[in-house]
Ligand binder design. Sequence first.
Ligand code: NAD
Length: 330
Amino acid sequence: MKLLVTGGAGFIGGNFIGYWLKHHPEDQIVCLDKLTYAGHLSTISSAFRSPAFRFVKGDIADGEGVERLFAREKFSLVVNFAAESHVDRSILDPRVFTVTNVLGAQTLMDACLKYGCRFHQVSTDEVYGDLPLARKDLSFTESSPLRPSGPYSASKAAADLLALAYFRTYGLPVTVTRSSNNYGAYQYPEKLIPLAIAKALRGQPVPVYGDGSNVRDWLFAEDHCRAIEAVLQRGKAGNVYNAGAGEEHSNLEVVRAILKELGKDEGGIVFAEDRKGHDLRYSLDCTKITGECGWRPRKGFREGLAETVRWYLENRAWWEPFVQGGTAQK
Ligand SMILES: NC(=O)c1ccc[n+]([C@@H]2O[C@H](COP(=O)([O-])OP(=O)(O)OC[C@H]3O[C@@H](n4cnc5c(N)ncnc54)[C@H](O)[C@@H]3O)[C@@H](O)[C@H]2O)c1
């Protein structure tokens, strides 16, 4: 099988390419990536050693470029990771989020229709909006209403709806996964975990939004890759699958755990002005993906975080060039 993996020079897409080359050596992968500030060939340097892998620089929203690529390559499957992914950037400059995340996804789906190709959309739990901190009994199922809070999540929700509409209207075989917050190796140091690690390692203040009580569910990137694989193998076309770890922790707990892992005290934590429209809590009900696709996360948060901290300690050459000031976090 020949796969097109878009956004593969980014965090999760890069992890996915590494995972897929290892577990599906019979397949060929083409990575299409625009190499924005978040995309780096150093993330997929080991993939370049495989004869099954090729890289194409390009924009998923460029209809002519996408058309040329599809005409040449005859893909059977597209896995769409390409996106503008950072919530803070979407608040400052939303337009590119609509262009890449909505129009880009549609451009790929049009090409899939024309060339007879399956489409998988990598989406997020943020499309559901948030839950109250006090209602630990609540979580989102795939049929929960979409109530995105900001331009990033609204653009992802729009792409999900388009994908489901392409299934219903044109019969395009689509699947959608909505995962919770990811962490692991090769995450650009603007999101909470790598930012906190990088700041702490550089002896700088570690910023936390508001009072740090906002809760996210943390999924190890490789577990996310396995979730997508499970849906590609056993998921039903036209369906959405949640993928979360059931590892809910407040931002403050996460930052404290990182500092503990690094042997640093908590004096470096600074509480920054809260993000506009900051979601309180995300939580996913994953009964469907477990029941239909047999997927369960394998990595607990403590173990995954220790592994991630170790990776950033050992791979300073990868992330140090990207580090700047600021309080950005997902
Ligand atoms: N990071 C998370 O916690 C998380 C959680 C759930 C879902 N997701 C989704 O997973 C996907 C990957 O997220 P990530 O954190 O790896 O993102 P990322 O920002 O690390 O990487 C995005 C990649 O997409 C590329 N890209 C951006 N615009 C492009 C365009 N127009 N054409 C081609 N390539 C383009 C970038 O160069 C980069 O390589 C996204 O769709 C995101 O919405 C992320």
